[in-house]
Ligand binder design. Structure first.
Ligand SMILES: C[S@@+](CC[C@H](N)C(=O)[O-])C[C@H]1O[C@@H](n2cnc3c(N)ncnc32)[C@H](O)[C@@H]1O
Length: 400
């Protein structure tokens, strides 16, 4: 996701239109009530879940535009169709090794990635049997259907929206770009001097949300000790987070994949880097109108709330789910491996102006200071063992 870092004081001065202000008021009211119903303290995991997904009131359940220039943030598929083209090249390799294979995309946003992947697979003559979309947001489903009807009308019959992962086993590819970062996380504070851990939850007073710690349960404290051994010597008061539901969630969404690969794209780090002592305030990142900041209590219900992905945890989940960890690399190296330069030539042909536009977009996807290094790609495979071209240029599995 892309957005400019913004001091939160400047954000508070942003003016909202009446509809957005009303939506925000309702979302806030709902959370205040939920805190009261929970006895005055709500775990941050539950707060994040409600802020993002409460029916009609959560960020992803409400109707506002989220993606692109008129929204809150920009993802790789929104920056350029080159991203989807390269993902399609990787899918083509996998689909070509299978019979009657399909694609399941999780969290399809505006529908652009689906349109770009389907478009490129069509030109590669490797269309999937089905293109399923598992999308939690009713509003986004509607927007995805409209986008695909406008841009890929002749392929729409292959696209199906699902309420839950496919029940029947299937062969193919599972794709998720920037979905794992939206899974709710727990937040904790480390007390080095007392060898104690607090779970950070949310309280309110005078209508304002605030952090409040309480002693962590034994399982959480043990988990934090393990993370501190991985990251280094945490100082007293070190705050961070982790995603307790990642393994169960990935298991649920990949269960029906019989033969094929799951491809995960997101921002994050291997555990040892994620939990370095200097990252002492965690990785929460919120997006509102192209401003990025770290305060989840601002613009509740109107802003996205995310946390970086611990890719070591995701690698552990691959084994728990019965997959082989087939690759881990940066977004830039994935795009290089799947031939972003050839894709630019393919799209631009002899049009020098178009090529210059694409080169500019490619820079945003590739450069280390932009999305190239912060974003990673991970592949899990089941029932197949051949190397995947997107992961051959740089193999970072040893860092996990
Ligand atoms: C940040 S957006 C990314 C959208 C798109 N993949 C892209 O790259 O532009 C996150 C997407 O995941 C969806 N989502 C979040 N949690 C989900 C879940 N548990 N199951 C299915 N979709 C989910 C959101 O509604 C949204 O479409």
């Amino acid at each position: 996701m892309h957005g400019n870092d913004t001091p939160t004081a400047n954000l508070r001065e942003l003016k909202l239109d009446e509809a957005a202000a009303e939506q925000g008021r309702k979302a806030r009211e709902n959370l205040l009530q939920q805190i009261d119903a929970a006895g005055g303290w709500l775990s941050f995991e539950r707060f994040m879940e409600l802020a993002l997904y409460a029916p009609l009131l959560g960020y992803y359940s409400g109707g506002a535009q989220k993606f692109g220039a008129g929204g809150d943030f920009t993802t790789a598929p929104e920056i350029s169709s080159l991203f989807g083209a390269c993902v399609a090249v990787q899918c083509e390799e996998i689909l070509g090794r299978l019979n009657a294979a399909s694609i399941l995309e999780i969290g399809a946003g505006s529908g652009r990635l689906a349109a770009d992947v389907l478009g490129r697979l069509e030109s590669l003559r490797r269309l999937p049997e089905h293109y399923w979309i598992l999308e939690i947001s009713a509003d986004l489903r509607h927007r995805q259907r409209e986008y695909l009807a406008r841009h890929r009308p002749h392929l729409l019959e292959r696209v199906h929206w699902l309420d839950r992962p496919p029940a029947e086993p299937f062969d193919g590819v599972i794709l998720a770009n920037e979905v794992l970062d939206a899974l709710p996380v727990v937040r904790f504070r480390w007390h080095a001097d007392a060898d104690a851990v607090e779970e950070l939850g949310v309280v309110h007073s005078d209508g304002h949300f605030a952090w409040r710690g309480r002693p962590a349960g034994a399982a959480m404290a043990e988990k934090c000790r393990m993370l501190s051994r991985a990251g280094g010597d945490w100082e007293d008061g070190y705050v961070s987070e982790y995603c307790p539901r990642l393994a169960a969630w990935t298991r649920a969404v990949t269960r029906s994949l019989r033969n094929g690969a799951a491809l995960w794209f997101d921002y994050g780090l291997p555990r040892a880097q994620y939990y370095l002592p200097e990252r002492h305030d965690g990785t929460l990142l919120c997006h509102f109108r192209h401003r990025a900041h770290g305060d989840p209590f601002l613009w509740v219900g109107l802003q996205d709330i995310t946390a970086w992905v611990d890719f070591t945890l995701l690698a552990e989940a691959s084994r728990e789910c019965g997959f082989q960890l087939a690759g881990f690399t940066t977004q830039a190296h994935f795009l290089a491996g799947t031939g972003i330069d050839a894709e630019m030539q393919f799209v631009a042909g002899n049009d020098a102006h178009r090529f210059a536009q694409l080169a500019n977009q490619a820079r945003q996807l590739l450069l280390p200071g932009e999305m190239g290094e912060r974003f990673k790609a991970m592949a899990w495979q089941r029932g197949m063992h051949e190397p995947l071209r997107g992961f051959e240029v740089l193999d970072l599995r040893h860092t996990l």
